[in-house]
Design a protein around this ligand. Sequence first.
Ligand SMILES: Nc1ncnc2c1ncn2[C@@H]1O[C@H](COP(=O)(O)OP(=O)(O)OP(=O)(O)O)[C@@H](O)[C@H]1O
Length: 726
Amino acid sequence: MTAPDGDRFDWHAAERDLNTPDAEVVDLDAARSRRESAAPDNDPAEAATGPRLVDSPAAQRSPRFTVAGLQDAKRRPIVPAWLRSRAELRDAARWTVGHLFHAGTYHLTRSPKYAGKLAWRAPRGAYRILTGWGRWLFDLQGEHVRQVLADKGDAELYLKVSRLRDQRVRWRGFVTAAVVLGVLPALGIAYALAPPEARYATLAALLAALGALGRPADKPLLDTAVMVPKVQKLTSDVVVRALGNLGITGINQAISKGDRGKDWFPAPITRDGPGWRADVELPNGVTATEVIEKREKLAAGLSRPLGCVWPEGQPEVHPGRLVLWVGDQDMSKARKPAWPLLKAGTVDLFRPQPFGTDPRGRWVDLTLMFMAMVIGSIPRMGKTFALREVLLIAALDPRAEIHAYDLKGTGDLSALEQVAHRYRAGEEDDDIEYAVAGMRELRDELRRRAKVIRDLPRDLCPENKVTPQLASKKSLGLHPLVIGVDECQKWFEHPEYGKELEAISTDLVKRGPALGIIPVFATQRPDAKSLPTGISANASTRFCLKVMGQTENDMVLGTSQYKQGIRATMFAWTDKGTGYFVGEGADARITTTVNIDGPLAERIAAHARAAREAAGRLTGHALGEQPATAPTLSFNLLEDIAAVVPASEAKVWCRTVAARLAELRPDVYGGWDAEQVTVALKPFGVKVGQTWGTDPDTGKGANRGGFERAAIIAAIAERNRKRDAS
Ligand SMILES: Nc1ncnc2c1ncn2[C@@H]1O[C@H](COP(=O)(O)OP(=O)(O)OP(=O)(O)O)[C@@H](O)[C@H]1O
């Protein structure tokens, strides 16, 4: 018969109470009366049977084994990751061979010292053998027992033991005599008759053996070839204790109820690369992000340097699943593998290229083609290094055309000058004008490419985007075009050209990637003004180094990333070059860029230049040319329009304006049509709408796209106001 629920005894709780040293002593009567008074509204049935458990008996049963459950189970890889990755296997093999070689040569060079030590210790070894033999021969080990028996006056037992000892000593004496008189002379004769090499070898072996026996307990023979830093093992106890120190209510409650974290680990803690990996199922209601936020405290709890402790969420499992990776060494100090591109010669931007390493030392790849990238962080964390690395990768593909804009003006991108098609450092008016001209070229290039792709036969361009074959055909001009802008907020905040640069940049981010145009924007102030939403929302690749808050985090990494635990706020000041990297469609990975300093960047760029020269791909700035339309920007669109539309003409059609502008400055506006005027006016907030006018060709009235002259005058006034204010 089953006991009613109310009578069911909770054996687990009782066991916990017994095991908890500070368990409370409960007054059962008082507790019962408390329970009764707390019973909900005196349900008569309940009063009769005691409180009803909320969970049904079925819900309390442990889940049954089902095939569906097994199908959902996560299979652990048969072959460990390091064996599956050729690069990791190669690294491990290289390390082992290097280690053995080092240890071998280290000891070999010290072999005379070791031989001397052995010879020095040999007499002590011989002495130890002789004294040991003597103790054995006279059975001195039993001396103590015999002495005790003699002291006790137990004559019978003493005599018995003494007789036994005499027998033993007699027998051992025979053995000793046989060895001394038979074996040793025989060995001596054999030694004397042996060839000299064998004699030397025997003498050396004898000395070595005696030397080894004569070793003092605290002095090993061999010196230490490799000082291995002692790494503390990561155990479940250590992890639970560290988590318990974080001050997270859910964890503390679980621990105070006696939960020792036995069920917190869905898989054993294992070695994973140069560190330990612990998968943790946090107590109910605790999210991984709560732990990630307290990375510094966690590192203190684990007694490890901050750069060793890398907690990550696994939202695809559930928000409470934490993956804690604890490295043997601080990531910023650990030796990084050599950047493969240093030896690669040239690269193909259509293929993934090594961009950085994760905390486990594995390469994180970046495929430049078809991406638009944003890089953001607070100052001095490594944005420029990251941008320069991307541009250097691009430079190593001789087909790629590089446009580098360094708005910080310190020359951080100057290494790229020797390969760049467009290059400018600085944020003065003439620098901005140069950039505007360059970006206008790109806007036109975008249109040209779209047309080329549209007109290509389907078999050559099946997906309406650039392919490696198309990019290599010089005649089509569809080569990769990489634009890097450091401190891009300086462009977008510019009172005069900010809007236009923003419009072109947004267009490049949206439509460029499919056409082989790859824009990369870096900013130290990722807010809506510095990194316009049109750009941040459409970038497919993101790299976020340390930021201070949720807004900047999500601006760079994408909406709700902060909520999902991808928090670049957790990085420390010392984590230079380390950030969350989100490649196209991939999960965010903690990545440290390659530390390419100025001189190394120069060398790589020089190498890239040589490859370009050989391929006949050196263009633009690298050859000393300026942008074709380099506007000694004495002209200005708004003022030019105001000049060609007299005050008497309140409204005007765009096509009329395009024709007049082309007449005014054929070198700048030649070939413009109504659409180009419309697009060019957009950044200034001048609205183009249906406008009634007379067609000069037919003399008839019609409705066409146009605008009011007053809107142009207002836009000029607004621009001047902003310019004065800045
Ligand atoms: N991958 C890296 N490894 C080691 N150190 C790095 C790495 N990347 C950058 N650093 C260090 O960080 C410093 C700052 O880098 P960088 O100039 O790129 O920062 P920044 O974010 O662009 O700064 P600012 O906002 O002032 O322009 C560099 O001087 C360099 O020493």
